[in-house]
Ligand binder design. Structure first.
Ligand code: TXA
Ligand code: MG
Length: 328
């Protein structure tokens, strides 16, 4: 199959209506979209990504009234969050109704749903009579894509069309939140919307449920987003003795002294966490391409979107990758 790339919402809509898959831009990462109400399209998504079917998909819609068509209820605090954050990088876990196939939620009674903040994808969703199921558009286990070119690298030949909406403006996946039976907000995956933002909207600190090694919790498969080149956490100058002339260093905002510039990349030369988020996956991919022996990366300040960045860095580390492969 030849993969085409373009900015034509009409082509994307026609393909999706025929049950085909299209990669779509969002503000977080590119998604691999299919008709969420069509089992065959949903199965194609799992196949193209090589993703286990026990790992459910996020459903994308264009408005709150669309959300209401697919859920039984929106608890008050989550409704408040939805009103404040949508369109945006927040995914809510809500009790699904019978319109959403079990295949999308991997059998769960809850559906993960969000309104993405990207004009092309919003107009695509408005043109379609069905919602779009879309995981990140990367082969299972590799770094998420933040440009159309990244999608092409990973899924070229497997899907007919990539809707090119330019580089993603947020750069890390959405925050996934829900609420427990007593109405408290729980966060299952750190992402584009910071915990501080959730607290300022709801007036209460959300409860963190980031159980790192339980694959049944959202976003929590341990070896996720990993580079092929071993990724190691840099501990400032203590890491230096471990550098060879084939080692790449990814820093936050400052160049490492005593190391040639051509082997360094900076997440945020402007010192802004938002830039680090936007650059993270692209730089990991860049560092992964140059046949380095290893990549050292530095954590970023741990607040706001910085928490999501550090979460993704930790998840991509070589030590997690090694643990994820059963030793035989
Ligand atoms: O920013 C994003 O959320 C991007 C863009 C494309 O919207 N999507 C994304 O999808 O990151 P994905 O599939 O890579 O990650 C979705 C996470 C998975 O960890 C999955 O386990 C969890 O959401 N999830 C989806 N549906 C769920 C459900 N019904 N219950 C619990 N977790 C769910
Ligand atoms: Mg993903």
């Amino acid at each position: 199959m030849k993969t085409q790339l373009g900015g034509d919402v009409g082509i994307a809509a026609a393909l999706l209506s025929r049950g085909e898959l299209v990669a779509i831009p969002t503000e977080t990462v590119y998604g691999l979209a299919g008709n969420a109400l069509n089992d065959e399209a949903v199965i194609k998504i799992y196949k193209a990504k090589n993703r286990p079917q026990f790992n459910p998909l996020i459903v994308h819609v264009s408005s709150l009234s669309q959300v209401e068509k697919y859920v039984l209820d929106i608890p008050e605090m989550l409704f408040k969050l939805a009103q404040a954050c949508w369109p945006g990088s927040l995914t809510l876990l809500l009790p699904k109704n019978e319109a959403i196939p079990d295949l999308v939620t991997a059998g769960s009674f809850q559906v993960a749903i969000r309104i993405p903040n990207h004009s092309l994808t919003l107009s695509l969703l408005q043109a379609l009579p069905f919602p779009l199921a879309a995981p990140s558009a990367n082969p299972f286990g590799y770094v998420s894509p933040t440009t159309a070119a990244h999608v092409l690298e990973g899924l070229g030949g497997k899907i007919p069309y990539i809707l090119d909406g330019g580089p993603c403006t947020i750069g890390v996946e959405s925050t996934i939140a829900g609420c427990n039976p007593t109405g408290e907000i729980e966060v299952y995956r750190l992402g584009g919307i910071g915990l501080e933002t959730i607290e300022s909207i709801t007036g209460k600190k959300p409860i963190l449920k980031l159980k790192a090694d339980l694959p049944e919790t959202p976003g929590q498969l341990k070896s996720h987003y990993a580079t092929h080149t071993p990724l190691l956490l840099s501990n400032a100058s203590k890491s230096l003795p471990h550098f060879t002339n084939k080692t790449i260093y990814i820093g936050y905002n400052l160049w490492m002294k005593d190391l040639p510039r051509e082997r360094q990349l900076l997440l945020a030369p402007d010192n802004r966490l938002e830039s680090a988020a936007r650059n993270l996956f692209g730089l990991l991919r860049e560092a992964d391409k140059v046949q380095a022996d290893k990549i050292f990366i530095e954590l970023v300040p741990n607040y706001g979107i910085g928490r999501a960045i550090n979460d993704r860095i930790r998840r991509a580390l070589h030590e997690n990758k090694v643990h994820a492969i059963p030793k035989t």
